[in-house]
Write a protein that binds this ligand. Sequence first.
Ligand code: ARG
Length: 252
Amino acid sequence: LTVSLLGAAIVAGSGTAQARDNDTVRIGVDIPYVPMEYRKPDGTLTGFDIDLGNALCKQAQLECKWVEQSWDGIIPGLMARKFDAIMSSMTINDERRQQLLFSNPYIVPPSAWFVPASSDIQTPDENSLKGKDIGVQRGTVQDNYVTDKYGSIANIKRYASADDVAVDMDAGRLDLAFLDYPTGQAAMLDDKKRDYRVAGDKLTEPKKYFGEGFGIAFRKRDKELAEKFNQALATLKDNGTYQKIYDQYFSK
Ligand code: ARG
């Protein structure tokens, strides 16, 4: 009797906030991260990840709900079952693979350095970065890379959101921002408050940090769910839907 009561309690508990029913998938996302995930003036979610995510769910016949979550809590949120997947421009790399199961990459953007157009920095390296203020979003692969590589010579400033990095760039409190290229481009090249340019090469290496592109992350045991997304992604690539969404955000 004790055992079956305990069993019932667990089922009831997991049926409320904890478990995913078969057709509904809650997806954690950190916004704003233009052009990947952000809100339109009317409040609705938009962006490449949002449109692609919704199309993938439709294709896989899953009902998706986006759950807003700050970046520093996004992996803990998945583990705590606040949501069932992360689709938030998350870079696939080996370190994260120890904890997470990733879909196939759905886009492979580089990282890039952004500087004010008037900056004296041409190529960011051990010499030119000495004593400089570098802005990154906390807990990103960009944070990990600059911290490991330049943490002892430069002043790394870590921000809760990529928008906060752009705000401090505009305010002149940073010498450089190091971001995923599409987001830096949208925040600093397209949406001009000051003149910015890219400094040095865009980076896709080392793979230890920059990995294999952006993937949808799942809890390790959710292999079936990940497979549904992989199949849907392959279909949307075949039937032109992926390209349509891509062109909406990236072809100008
Ligand atoms: N691609 C970077 C990473 O995975 C940054 C992603 C941040 N995403 C976001 N929606 N804020 O670490």
